[in-house]
Write a protein that binds this ligand. Structure first.
Ligand code: ADP
Ligand code: MG
Length: 288
């Protein structure tokens, strides 16, 4: 897969030269392919937020480079704004950053900064609102009249409206109920498929990552501990547990069945896949 973002040997040290000096990310290398859906998972403090704030130039590397379409994003510091239009970053709890009088203006803020004309801005605002499941009638309301889940959607729509080539989301489902989570993840999937954009989804939930991504990077202590497909990663349950991460519930069930002598792939990670495996054992897969 052709890369869109390359993180090369990235180190980020907070409070360098003080007694509080701490490297949150250390010598980390990772590639995001064009149109890829990548999940980044790691325990709290493993460096996820620090890493992704480098992807659009919000943080500058202490050492190492970030290449966007093959070009160092800091080669011309004055052009970092353009990088922010191409790599859209949705912070954790983004609803705290809404500030305009109306939902419409909030979503339009990014496209306006890009210097687009009002017709194009309008198209993008309506498109982005539809992607995140916001009714058009909410566009004229104040963001502060909305529910928490709706505010979160407005914030995500504001980034989607820039139509970034890479959409980066830092724990976008944190604090939502299970239905709200599934809805937002489905909307992100829809955006990914419709626009062919790469998505980098940060999460601390294995279940969430398992169900949504093609490739997983596991962070531990500011480094990439492993990277692979969900099957490859969940097959290393023991190592995951050592860094405080859990495999999905279904993977545990599969492992337990295997321990009792059933011939089941230990890397199965969705309920549907486990069901298929069990039906196959019964000789009933695909039968009506
Ligand atoms: P995660 O998102 O995986 O929880 P973070 O990137 O937020 O990880 O944090 C990685 C490490 O860097 C943690 O030890 C955290 O305390 C530290 N850290 C994060 N932000 C700052 C900051 N602004 N100043 C100093 N240390 C920080
Ligand atoms: Mg974080």
């Amino acid at each position: 897969m052709e890369p869109i973002l390359q993180i090369e040997n990235l180190t980020h040290t907070y409070s360098a030269g003080t007694p509080f000096q701490r490297s949150a990310v250390e010598g980390l290398s990772l590639t995001v392919g064009k149109g890829e859906f990548l999940g980044i998972i790691g325990h709290t403090g493993s460096g996820k937020s620090t890493l992704i704030q480098h992807l659009n130039g919000l943080l500058q590397p202490t050492s190492g480079r970030i290449l966007l379409e093959g070009k160092d994003i800091w080669a011309e510091p004055k052009k970092i704004r353009d990088v922010r239009f191409k790599v859209g970053l949705v912070f954790q709890y983004p609803e705290y950053q809404l500030f305009e009088e109306t939902v419409y203006k909030d979503i339009a803020f990014g496209p306006k900064n890009m210097g687009l004309d009002s017709g194009e801005i309008d198209r993008r605002v309506r498109d982005a609102a539809a992607f995140v499941g916001l009714d058009a009638e909410l566009l004229d309301k104040s963001p502060f009249e909305l529910s928490g889940g709706q505010k979160r959607r407005v914030a995500i729509a504001g980034v989607i409206a820039m139509e970034p080539k890479v959409l980066v989301l830092d724990e976008p489902t944190a604090g939502l109920d299970p239905q709200g989570r599934d809805a937002i993840l489905a909307q992100i999937q829809a955006y990914h498929r419709a626009k062919g954009a790469a998505v980098v989804l940060v999460s601390h939930s294995m279940e969430e990552i398992a169900r949504n991504v093609e490739c997983i990077a596991v962070l531990s202590d500011g480094r990439v501990l492993m990277q692979g497909t969900p099957e490859q990663v969940f097959a290393r349950a023991h190592e995951l547990e050592q860094v405080g991460l859990d495999v999905p519930q279904v993977t545990k069930v599969a492992a337990a069945l295997r321990a009792r002598g059933l011939d089941i792939d230990p890397a199965v990670y969705t309920v549907e896949a486990l069901e298929q495996r069990l039906l196959a054992l019964r000789g009933g897969a695909g039968a009506c």
